[in-house]
Design a protein around this ligand. Structure first.
Ligand code: 7SA
Ligand code: CA
Length: 553
């Protein structure tokens, strides 16, 4: 049905200009949400935690400059994003003699949204953000909407008491309906904001928009999400950065929930997935962290990222340690609330960088403690194999340690950690070569050669009768990561319109796969705007060199 009449004259004039851009799209990294709408930026992110606990003490006012100078090497190391520290100034200073800990100024007890803090000045932050974005590394800013430093004078924001802006206990019927908060309190709760209050909600929404527009934010990490409703994160992201990356820090054991709460007897995974469903946000994989801390290596399969359901594993953001759980160079050795034993570090990084989920590498492991070369190697293995957040993973019992096979877009990996597995052929088909052998054999990875098994072949795609308005184009979307996993935002532009309204394009696919796909008409500017889908059944093709496949509107 010719529902779209392209303005012929204009099209002829503009077409040559528009389509070279189409090739750039194919070269660019994936964007877009999961099939359930979770904001994981295409599932191909590899994140560097861009700070440790003590950088405000070991590099006072000089951290943004450090990041700006390192931007090219951070990119060269294979990172696509960097988890930035809280950008807001923080004058707090605290010590806990009993625990032998102290700190302050890190941003988690922030004063207001002024960005001249202990990491450097506002302009240094802008310079760092543009150097990182310029190198292709997206800044992910750490936001703390649950609480702030209520004391201390001359704030740039005015939050008077008694107007429902600060948290009061929702359990106390005396609080008027909105004068409370829908989540846990941070410590005593006297510094907690009622983030559901319209004024507070708008304050954070606008600041997130400001970080996107003026500080190059590619997304956000939400702190202490146990302190406010997950739905609120979905609203903030939907209004301020709908296509950005989003991850929540939900660090709360099942036993910490009240006995009447379903989560008291749920698994760590179920609690994390429930939050992710509400926030439409990825979530740090504390289920995997708990297994790494308390289980044997064979138990690591029970992390969220090992879930047999792709809709579960794809929302996991995996990590080995962070600024809370791990050590940091400098005073007190940082916080080390839940540190992974050093002996397991290489196996843990091998696991998260070769398996599904979105991996995060802790700054100090990469750049302070000599693991950089090893991690760089692992990142290259992940990228070459085309392992993504939703990649299939299979665990193989009958061997000691952990044995898994991961199906990447380009190659299949077999991982053997602390295992007596002899030959990858015992657990997966294909011709394998060893990609990694380290840690006295505790760490081994094999991969199918790109030439066999994961071989890519060029298939000719065609869509007929693609009548479109200016600014819209015809794309192919379908199963498998090369066709965007049915996600229009990751669809592939068919850039040859020499026989308009027929659209053509060659797309590389793994050989010998039966692939289903459809033609769509989609906005070039806004990847989430689909104008129409090809009607009827899916098109299908078995991928082989020179094969052709077509559909029609
Ligand atoms: O124990 C570890 C694990 O062991 C395992 O065996 C357990 C696990 O469950 C168990 O299975 O994990 C437990 O312990 C974790 C660490 O405490 C808990 C976890 O829920 C629990 O299960 O994690 C919580 O604490 C983390 C630090 C948070 C988590 O979200 C939270 O769930 N991490 C993030 C949150 C914050 C705060 O924004 C940051 O905290 C983290 O870096 C960030 O990643 O008005 C003045 C005033 C009063 O308002 C206060 O009531 C008063 O107490 C001042 C005082 N507050 C001070 C704090 O006492 C002091 O500690 C505050 C001003 O400064 C400090 O707070 C620091 C905090 O210590 C630091 O970690 C905060 C603000 O500077 O910044 C950081
Ligand atoms: Ca991406």
């Amino acid at each position: 049905m010719n529902r779209y009449l392209r303005i012929a004259g204009l099209v002829l004039a503009l077409t040559p200009l528009a389509y070279p851009y189409g090739n750039l799209l194919e070269a660019a990294e994936a964007a877009g949400k999961t099939a359930n709408g979770v904001r994981y930026h295409g599932g191909d992110e590899i994140i560097l935690q861009g700070f440790h606990w003590n950088v405000v003490r070991t590099a006072p006012e000089n951290w943004y400059n450090t990041l700006a100078g390192m931007a090219p090497s951070i990119a060269a190391d294979g990172f696509t994003s960097i988890w930035m520290p809280v950008p807001w100034r923080d004058f707090s200073s605290w010590s806990d003699p009993a625990a032998g800990t102290s700190g302050g100024g890190e941003g988690y007890f922030w004063h207001d949204f002024d960005k001249n803090g202990r990491y450097g000045s506002d302009s240094q932050l802008q310079q760092a953000a543009s150097a990182l974005n310029g190198a292709g590394v997206k800044p992910i800013y750490d936001l703390v909407p649950n609480h702030m430093n209520r004391g201390y004078p001359d704030k740039q924001i005015n939050l008077p008491a008694g107007q429902g802006l600060w948290r009061n206990d929702c359990a106390d019927p005396g609080n008027y309906p909105n004068d409370c908060d829908d989540g846990d309190r941070f410590i005593g709760g006297d510094a907690d904001l009622n983030s559901g209050h319209p004024q507070n909600y708008a304050m954070f929404r606008d600041e997130a928009g400001n970080l996107r527009n003026n500080y190059g934010a590619g997304g956000f990490r939400f702190d202490f999400v146990r302190g406010y409703a997950g739905e609120r994160v979905d609203s903030w992201m939907g209004e301020a950065h709908d296509n950005g990356f989003c991850v929540g820090e939900l660090w709360k054991a099942p036993g910490e929930y009240p006995s009447w709460d379903w989560r008291h007897t749920a698994s760590w995974q179920q609690i994390l997935k429930d939050w992710s469903d509400r926030a439409k946000c990825a979530v740090f994989d504390f289920a995997l962290k708990e297994r790494m801390q308390n289980g044997g290596i064979a138990d690591w399969r029970h992390g969220l990222n090992g879930n047999p359901d792709p809709r579960w594993r794809e929302v996991a953001v995996t990590f080995v340690d962070n600024h809370d759980t791990g050590y940091s160079p400098g005073p007190n050795g940082g916080q080390h609330h839940w540190p992974l034993p050093d002996a397991l570090r290489k196996q843990a990084y091998t696991y998260i960088l070769s398996s599904p989920g979105t991996p995060v590498v802790y700054w100090s492991h990469m750049y302070d403690w000599g693991l950089g070369d090893f991690i760089r190697q692992l990142i290259q293995i992940r990228r070459t194999a085309g392992v993504k957040a939703d990649s299939p993973i299979q665990f193989h019992s009958g061997y000691s340690g952990l044995v898994a096979s991961v199906t990447g877009a380009q190659q299949t990996l077999v991982i053997a950690l602390g295992s007596n597995l002899g030959d990858p052929g015992q657990v997966a088909s294909g011709s394998f070569s060893q990609a990694l052998h380290d840690d006295n054999g505790q760490v081994r990875i094999w991969r199918t050669d790109s030439t066999a098994g994961g071989e890519l072949v060029s298939v000719n795609f065609r869509c007929d009768n693609g009548l479109t308005l200016l600014g819209d184009s015809v794309y192919a979307v379908g199963g498998g990561s090369q066709l965007g996993n049915w996600n229009p935002a990751s669809a592939v532009l068919l850039s040859d319109t020499s026989d308009y309204p027929t659209w053509r394009g060659a797309i590389s696919l793994p050989a010998q796969q039966s692939v289903e796909w459809k033609c769509i008409i989609r906005s070039e500017r806004d990847p989430s705007q689909v104008k129409s889908w090809q009607p009827g059944a899916n098109n299908s093709v078995t991928s082989a060199a020179g094969a052709s496949t077509s559909g029609s509107f």
